[in-house]
Ligand binder design. Structure first.
Ligand code: ZN
Length: 74
C-alpha cells in the first residue's frame, strides 16, 4: 500500500471507478501519465491511479510515481 492508497483509504476511497463510469473518457489521462515526470525523483512514466467513493459515486484520479510514491491529482 502506497502513501496515496493510505490517504485515499482514510477519506473513504477504494481503488476503482464508479459503476456508471465510461473508461474511454479517461484513456487520454492514462496515456499522458506514461510521459509525466516525477517532481521529486525525476522518474519518467507515472502510474495512473483511479479511486472511487461508492456512497457518493465520487471519482478521483492521480498520477503516482512508482519509484518514490509522489502523487499529483489529475
Ligand atoms: Zn518519484
Amino acid at each position: 500500500m502506497t502513501n496515496l492508497d493510505r490517504q485515499m483509504d482514510q477519506q473513504g476511497y477504494v481503488v476503482g471507478i464508479p459503476e456508471s463510469f465510461d473508461i474511454s473518457d479517461h484513456s487520454v489521462e492514462a496515456s499522458l501519465c506514461d510521459n509525466y515526470a516525477c517532481e521529486i525523483c525525476g522518474q519518467i512514466g507515472l502510474s495512473y491511479r483511479q479511486f472511487v467513493e461508492h456512497s457518493q459515486q465520487t471519482f478521483r484520479a492521480f498520477a503516482e510515481c512508482p519509484n518514490c510514491g509522489w502523487a499529483e491529482e489529475l
